[in-house]
Design a protein around this ligand. Structure first.
Ligand code: SF4
Length: 323
């Protein structure tokens, strides 16, 4: 008997998997990549949690499908920011259900806890997720199972419902107790969750779609660097530190050109269709962020084009263009 777990790397989904593995069922931990996960690398953490409970880790990339079908047209709307949580959960379960036959699984599990998050994990929301994904009966939520209707896995006797949990609400005491009894270590996930719940990131998406059509290749351009919108509409991205610069250098996106300088300074990107005036402004702003002292006009490479500018603007001047 095999089950697929929707796995985020968090404690609840890890405990849910352990409760099922302890009943002799093989669990595949399925992490769904929407593209909007934290900029921190959580892969090592997720694999570590899976190893500790004996689940097999697999990742499924749904970035394109997510942008086409969920992000901009959620049936159940958004949370506080650009987070379409109910539709997002529904999509994740739909994807996991699609994988069932291919991976030989008989049911699905998730770490959701009834009443833990007022918006997305109350009974009504959990039902909406089931409706959206057509997973009714297939999805077992081991952490709150005893407070929910029995699912196929329980009715068929594959899983003993009595050995599952009855956790409801925000109190985390029982989760801590279970983590302790299972001997789980390092279960605090590294900082930063889904970027769609972040106010600033949501503002950047709103700004982007007001000017352009959003595609998978655009995701990294929103995640890194200072983001500026210039007067003629060009987007300018200026690396904040060495990590940003290294990532920005690897971005290949036909909507942007890379800007290089011989000075010790940030790596930057600007819209490929930027006006001459926006390009000149960008050159001055980039020079303002260079860390090296220099005098007189400087030459910057805008892709094939060279632009010579003097630095007569400051970093404070740049802030008025920040998104
Ligand atoms: S927080 Fe992000 S990943 Fe999680 S359900 Fe909401 S939109 Fe989806």
């Amino acid at each position: 008997m095999k089950a697929i777990a929707l796995f985020s790397g968090g404690l609840d989904s890890t405990l849910a998997m352990k409760l099922i593995i302890d009943q002799g069922i093989e669990v595949i931990a399925c992490n769904i990549n929407t593209g909007f996960g934290s900029t921190k690398d959580r892969l090592g953490h997720m694999k570590n949690m899976c190893e500790q409970v004996g689940a097999e880790f697999r990742s499924v990339d749904i970035r394109d499908e997510y942008i086409q079908e969920v992000l901009f047209s959620p049936k159940y709307g958004y949370g506080k920011n650009f987070n379409p949580c109910i539709d997002c959960h529904g999509k994740m379960f739909e994807v996991a259900k699609r994988k069932m036959e291919e991976w030989g699984a008989s049911f699905l599990i998730s770490g959701e806890v009834l009443g833990q998050r007022p918006m997305s994990q109350n009974r009504e929301s959990l039902d909406k997720v089931l409706n959206l994904s057509n997973c009714d009966g297939l999805l077992l939520r081991p952490m709150s199972a005893q407070s929910l209707e029995p699912t196929i896995a329980e009715l068929e006797g594959w899983v003993d419902r009595e050995k599952l949990e009855n956790i409801v609400g925000r109190n985390r005491d029982r989760q801590m107790e279970l983590a302790e009894s299972f001997g789980l270590k390092d279960y605090e996930a590294p900082g930063g969750g889904c970027l769609l719940t972040d106010e600033h990131f949501s503002r950047k998406i709103r700004d982007f779609i007001a000017h352009d059509t959003f595609e998978v290749a655009d995701i990294p351009t929103l995640k890194y660097g200072r983001q500026l919108r210039l007067p003629d509409g060009a987007k300018l991205i200026i690396g904040r530190d060495a990590d940003d610069n290294a990532i920005l250098k690897t971005i290949e996106n036909r909507k942007y050109i890379h800007i290089d300088t011989d000075l010790f300074g940030p790596h930057s990107l600007i819209s490929a269709n930027a006006s001459d005036s926006d390009k000149m402004l960008a050159a001055k702003l980039i020079l303002a962020y260079c860390k090296q002292n220099f005098e007189g006009p400087q030459v910057l490479d805008f892709g094939e084009e060279k632009i010579t500018a003097v630095c007569d603007l400051s970093r404070k001047d740049a802030t008025k263009y920040f998104i």
